[in-house]
Design a protein around this ligand. Structure first.
Ligand code: NAD
Length: 494
């Protein structure tokens, strides 16, 4: 096999790295381009694999395979059998837990302890939850006329294009794959180019679990080529996307071509609001993990901590102490809590924001520096004296940087919490039950955490509006996302 590489990537490739092919129609196939790109371990900067660079031709092949599988084995299979296959995949994921976790940790720079505790169990939970749904999706008989039988059915939308980001490749990939498959859809999935490996492994395990060829196709490669080809493809019926608002906007425009269904999970600048009667120890502990978990590369990261003026100094002090005490290091070490950020580009962007914050007049109380020269490690940063209008308070940094903003009363806290382009999540800390309930009602957020922060569960809807997205994932919302209702009329007098 001859392998060509992108010219702009200069990192040398060790002799033993694996070459990852596309997964189309149940087979590993060479990309039409004949090209491969390198994928690095963010903790070391070393190449861990080369990955097939798919293009429009591969997307066409994958969509054709997905369409055949949709019209053929997947659609005609008993719904319960579809569920069994998904349960078997969940079992295989449990059996391969260490291998999956190791791969995800090396590919995305995630501390392995976190992958084993959070990403992998959440992915398996998502899969088993929707496996259980496969044979419970049904319509209803609706009373209309006495001479007619009228009822509804829910039918799979068809071929789904799933576009996944790099911050939770396994878990977010499963958020899309599991409900789409349970509903009887087939999939063309594009992982983020920085983190393609776990998707390819899941694709292989899915075949082993009995998924018919063509039901799940994985086309790796650049978003502007593979993703764009999917968005514009006339035979893809729905795009489910998680990523940045900029790309999300382009997807809505592209999807207009054949009126594809679109669901978008985008960015966030979530406020974690601490009132003066809050349990400050619990609040600041959760606020620290709310921003520093996954090195802040979390769409719902509590990147703005709003603290009441009476407790502001104490909140800053406690957050600073917590930031200093987080154990950063090798993601393969099970004691590591904080790993690197995903790439050199992301690291530079985060460090630029640290400079922006300083130049805007905010006070950096700790962190915000590159640590070491190998890998992309940034020490967790706390900015105090942040004003609501500053860029570090308005723009998504997507790194381990928290802005602490002072407020004077409930109305002020709400004004600031609601004062960005985003609306994904919010937290509120207070012992006053009326106040937290008023806040939960008035805050613009798809998820509100009261005296806690950061939990998600596939049984609850997930998503936001405006720059945070369109539609919801999880729970019954995802079943609606991947099915279309059909109304049937039958004349009883013929
Ligand atoms: P991104 O938008 O750059 O990339 C996301 C995916 O889209 C990748 O697979 C990428 O290859 C693909 N893509 C890029 N250009 C494309 C194009 N023109 N057409 C189609 N696909 C294209 O985002 P990212 O940097 O990978 O992820 C970070 C962003 O994702 C942040 O804004 C974050 O908040 C958001 N995010 C949101 C959620 C959520 O649930 N709301 C979860 C994780 C990440």
């Amino acid at each position: 096999m001859s392998i060509a590489y992108d010219d702009d990537q200069t990192t040398s490739v060790p002799a033993v790295v694996e070459h990852k092919l596309l997964l189309i129609d149940g087979r590993h196939v060479e990309p039409a381009s004949g090209r491969f790109f390198k994928t690095l371990n963010p903790a070391t900067g070393e190449v861990i694999a080369t990955v097939a660079e798919g293009d429009e031709v591969d997307v066409d092949r994958a969509v054709a395979a997905a369409r055949r599988a949709f019209e053929g084995p997947w659609r005609t299979m008993r719904a319960a059998e579809r569920g069994h296959i998904l349960f078997r995949l969940a079992e295989l994921m449990k059996q391969h837990a260490d291998e999956i976790a190791d791969l995800e940790s090396r590919d995305a720079g995630k501390p392995i302890a976190g992958v084993l505790r959070q990403d992998l169990p959440a992915a398996i939970d998502t899969l088993t939850y929707y496996a259980g749904w496969a044979d419970k999706i049904h319509g209803e008989v609706v009373s209309t006329r006495s001479d007619a039988l009228t009822y509804t059915m829910r039918e799979p939308v068809g071929v789904v294009g799933a576009i996944v980001p790099w911050n939770f490749p396994l878990m977010i990939g499963m958020w899309k794959l599991a409900p789409a498959l349970a509903c009887g859809c087939t999939i063309v999935m594009k992982p983020a180019e920085l983190t393609s490996l776990s998707a390819l492994l899941i694709g292989e395990l899915a075949l082993e679990a009995g998924l018919p060829p063509g039901v799940l196709n994985i086309v790796t490669g650049p978003g502007r080529v593979v993703g764009d080809a999917m968005v514009n493809h006339p035979d893809i019926d729905k795009i489910t996307f998680t990523g940045s608002p900029g790309v999300g906007r382009g997807i809505m425009r592209g999807a207009a071509g054949n009126f594809k269904r679109v669901s978008l999970e985008l960015g966030g600048k979530s406020a974690n609001v601490i009132f003066d009667d809050a349990d400050l120890d619990a609040a600041t502990k959760a606020a620290a993990s709310g921003i520093f978990f996954n090195a802040g590369q979390v769409c719902s990261a509590g990147s703005r901590v709003l603290a009441h003026e009476k407790v502001y100094d104490e909140v800053v002090e406690r957050l600073t102490a917590r930031a200093k005490s987080i154990r950063m290091g090798d993601p393969a070490d099970r004691a590591t809590a904080l790993g690197p950020v995903i790439s050199e580009k992301q690291m530079k962007s985060i460090l630029d924001y640290v400079d922006i914050g300083r130049n805007e007049g905010a006070t950096l109380t700790t962190g915000g520096k590159r640590i070491g020269e190998r890998g992309y490690f940034i020490s967790p940063a706390v900015f105090a004296n942040v004003k609501h209008e500053m860029r570090i308070s308005q723009e998504e940094i997507f790194g381990p940087v928290v802005s602490v903003i002072k407020f004077k009363d409930e109305a002020d806290a709400l004004r600031i919490a609601n004062g960005t382009a985003y609306s994904l999540a919010a937290g509120v800390w207070s012992r006053d039950i009326g106040r937290v309930q008023r806040f939960a009602r008035k805050v613009r957020a798809g998820t509100v955490w009261i005296n806690t922060y950061g939990y998600t569960d596939v049984r609850l809807p997930w998503g936001g509006e405006r720059d945070s997205g369109l539609g919801r994932e999880h729970g019954t919302a995802a079943i609606e996302n991947f099915t279309e209702p059909k109304a049937v009329w039958m004349n009883l007098n013929v």
